[in-house]
Design a protein around this ligand. Structure first.
Ligand SMILES: CC(C)(COP(=O)(O)OP(=O)(O)OC[C@H]1O[C@@H](n2cnc3c(N)ncnc32)[C@H](O)[C@@H]1OP(=O)(O)O)[C@@H](O)C(=O)NCCC(=O)NCCS
Length: 136
């Protein structure tokens, strides 16, 4: 899916024989901190989404508190030929249900302009309490 997304953006196939190995190494390092969803049609992957879960620092004098967690929703992608058929909605619903069930304090993401209504329909709102430092 990651390769498909990159090739869609490039408008052509990308020759990179080492990519799958680099992806595998990255996934192995990241897997402990991420929850990943893959949408499949039959055996074929058609969409993906992952959530990076941050665990907040514990506080002294609260030994029984479960450290609070929040999630960053990342790499949301659906095969171009399968878009606008609800695959993304199902992936996002799986992530928001997981967040609700796990008691995540919040979910954060960085939408493309075109995808804003997609996230709004799942309950996301534009927030003014976060700051971003863009680096050129
Ligand atoms: C965003 C995306 C995952 C939605 O998946 P989907 O299966 O088409 O989603 P659904 O069918 O549930 O919902 C369709 C909605 O997706 C959004 N969408 C459709 N095409 C899109 C595109 N090329 N880019 C971004 N969002 C898109 C729109 O909000 C659309 O609803 P609308 O036309 O009423 O506004 C998919 O369009 C995609 O992979 N886009 C390219 C990658 C991307 O932009 N990812 C998000 C980055 S934050």
């Amino acid at each position: 899916m990651r390769r498909a997304w990159a090739e869609e953006q490039a408008g052509q196939a990308i020759a990179d024989d080492g990519f799958e190995a680099r992806f595998g190494a990255w996934f192995e390092t990241e897997a402990d901190h991420r929850v990943t969803w893959l949408a499949e049609l039959g055996e074929r992957p058609v969409g993906m989404l992952n959530m990076l879960v941050f665990t907040r620092m514990p506080r002294p004098r609260h030994p029984n508190d479960k450290p609070a967690q929040w999630g960053y929703v990342a790499n949301v992608y659906v095969d171009r030929a399968r878009r606008d058929a609800g695959v993304g909605r199902v992936l996002l619903a799986a992530a928001t249900s997981y967040a609700d069930e796990t008691g995540l304090a919040r979910l954060v993401l960085s939408p493309s302009e075109r995808s804003v209504p997609f996230y709004e329909r799942a309950g996301f709102t534009t927030d003014t309490t976060l700051m971003v430092r863009h680096v050129r």
